[in-house]
Design a protein around this ligand. Structure first.
Ligand code: DHB
Length: 314
């Protein structure tokens, strides 16, 4: 049984896309609905639609170790995703719930979008993204603890029901402590998604001596296998620190059932797939699920609860 419950909604299995991948347009979202994913989440929305940064703005890294991107929040504007959420078949045969990602360029933008979703009173779940690293001049809110707490003080009462936050990776124990202490003050914050891309890497092609992507002199967020240990650390750090009732969604470095198993061991209640979905397409969900079940069977586990968060330490 790979089902899980997040923010009061049941997912038939714990896999979904990482926001940003295959989820900007309705046809892409429909592919996710038709896939074997357990849920789907929309592209991070801003108040107004955006074209994003110049191309090329995504590239896989040589040796299948991951990817780099600086998309720059191309999206259709929140009203498009609100409309999608209004028309979504919440009684679909797959039983998939819908998550909506919001990434306002300012607190005022986030406020307006959250008010609109509150007023629509839909059964979709919000994931507020405090961790886009790719918009020039807009530092990640997730790296400014004061700004993050202030944002939550404004947004939590507006949303008024269980929601989650997409976090950047942290690299210092003091930051895990500070961030978790903030989230523990807000009862509606019932999950955090760890991690967004490892921000502002630089990938260079050896032959041409050229950056792989065009925006920001080649700087972009890193994803894929190379971020797996960072992702697992962040999942486990928050799993250990968050109050009971709060959950962690794992994201980062999943290419097969093995990495999903590791995310669950670290404490993940659901697991998102980004780079591998980008590279492989929506068939990834069926393959990874099969691999996870085979691994669990080989290890003698019947349900994910039996090993969630049970990573052993020396
Ligand atoms: C983008 C990248 C992110 O990592 C994110 O969280 C939101 C948006 C982007 O570049 O589009």
């Amino acid at each position: 049984d790979l089902s899980t419950t997040i923010a009061g909604v049941k997912l038939p299995n714990l896999l979904l896309n990482a926001s940003g991948v295959n989820c900007r347009f309705e046809n892409e979202l429909q592919q996710l609905v038709e896939s074997k994913s357990g849920s789907l989440i929309t592209k991070s929305a801003t108040l107004n639609s955006r074209e994003g940064n110049p191309e090329p703005r995504y590239a896989p890294l040589a040796g299948s170790i991951g990817s780099i991107n600086s998309m720059g929040l191309p999206n259709q504007g929140y009203e498009y995703y609100l409309n999608y959420a209004k028309n979504f078949d919440y009684n679909n045969t797959a039983g998939k719930p819908l998550f909506i990602s919001l990434a306002g360029l300012s607190l005022a933008e986030n406020k307006t979008m959250c008010e609109a979703f509150r007023d629509a009173n839909l059964p979709c779940v919000l994931e507020v993204n405090f961790s886009c690293p790719n918009v020039p001049g807009k530092p990640q809110v997730g790296y400014d603890m004061e700004a993050m707490e202030q944002a939550l003080q404004v947004l939590d009462p507006i949303i008024g029901r269980p929601f989650g936050i997409k976090l950047p990776p942290y690299f210092d124990i003091a930051h895990f402590d500070q961030a978790a202490a903030i989230f523990n003050k807000f009862d509606n914050v019932v999950f955090v998604t760890c991690i967004n891309s490892v921000g502002n890497g630089l990938a260079i092609d050896l032959d041409s001596e050229t950056a792989l992507i065009k925006p920001k002199d080649g700087f972009g967020g890193l994803g894929g296998l190379l971020v797996l240990p960072t992702a697992l650390a962040n999942v486990n750090a928050f799993y250990r620190r968050l109050k009971p009732g709060k959950q962690v969604i794992g994201c980062g470095g999943v290419t097969s059932g093995k990495e999903v198993f590791l995310h669950i061991l670290a404490g993940a209640s659901a697991v998102e797939i980004g780079t591998q979905l980008m590279e492989e397409g929506t068939g990834v969900f069926e393959r990874v699920q099969k691999e996870l079940v085979e691994l669990m069977t080989a290890k003698g586990y019947k349900s994910v609860e039996e090993f969630r968060g049970k990573v052993k330490t020396l």
